[in-house]
Ligand binder design. Structure first.
Ligand code: GSH
Length: 199
């Protein structure tokens, strides 16, 4: 299978971390979504990355669907619990991580300057509130959910690393010391180290 994307996309990194954790072999095809010759729209009509292209040539998107697909394809090691409440909580961490990444993309790309003045502030508040929720949810545990590594940790780790890279002026570590320790631990994992953006 192939993964279309670029290193600096946070959602691409999220999927690459999952592929690394599961030990799934894939061809990583550097592909920007919006250049004229891009292969991305051929596999994803929304022209967004990441796109996973299966061996039968099917395009799988977006990152949530890809992660679920990979979990079903290679259940071991499991990243999403089966039990309904645990599953919801881990997927909720994923939603929080993705939400932080979404707001960070919107602020850092300075999308749509016609938005009202408080628009940036609203994105910033999403990040701030998500960090408060993550810090509380993490508590004193080593992992974001339960007693083992899961998609919840991937979600927190990829999103906070992207926040640091894209908006370095946002200093969040002092107010969120448990998240700060978590991100330091996660950055040392092989799957995170192998997917650090080159640029
Ligand atoms: N919710 C999507 C977000 C994907 C996304 O927005 N990717 C960006 C790159 S970081 C993209 O392809 N942007 C190009 C565009 O929107 O035209 C996911 O989780 O995969």
């Amino acid at each position: 299978m192939k993964l279309l994307g670029v290193d600096r996309s946070p959602y691409v990194r999220k999927v690459r971390i999952v592929l690394e954790e599961k030990g799934i072999a894939y061809e990583y095809v550097q592909a920007r979504p919006s250049v004229p010759e891009s292969p991305v729209p051929q596999f994803n009509p929304l022209a967004k990355i990441p796109v996973l292209v299966t061996d039968s040539g099917k395009g799988v998107y977006d990152s949530k669907v890809i992660v679920e697909y990979l979990e079903a394809l290679k259940p071991d090691p499991g990243l999403i619990p089966q039990e309904i409440e645990a599953r919801m909580e881990v997927r909720r961490w994923e939603a929080l991580g993705d939400g932080v990444a979404d707001a960070t993309v919107l602020i850092s790309h300075d999308y749509d300057r016609r938005q009202p003045d408080d628009w940036h502030q609203r994105q910033r508040l999403k990040i701030d509130r998500a960090l408060v929720a993550m810090e509380a949810e993490l508590g004193e545990r080593e992992y974001c959910h339960g007693e083992r590594f899961s998609l919840a940790d991937i979600a927190a780790g990829y999103a906070l690393a992207y926040l640091d890279a894209a908006l370095p002026k946002i200093e969040w570590r002092n107010a969120h010391p448990r998240l700060a320790k978590l991100t330091t631990r996660l950055a040392q994992r092989e799957s995170f180290r192998r997917t650090v953006p080159a640029t």
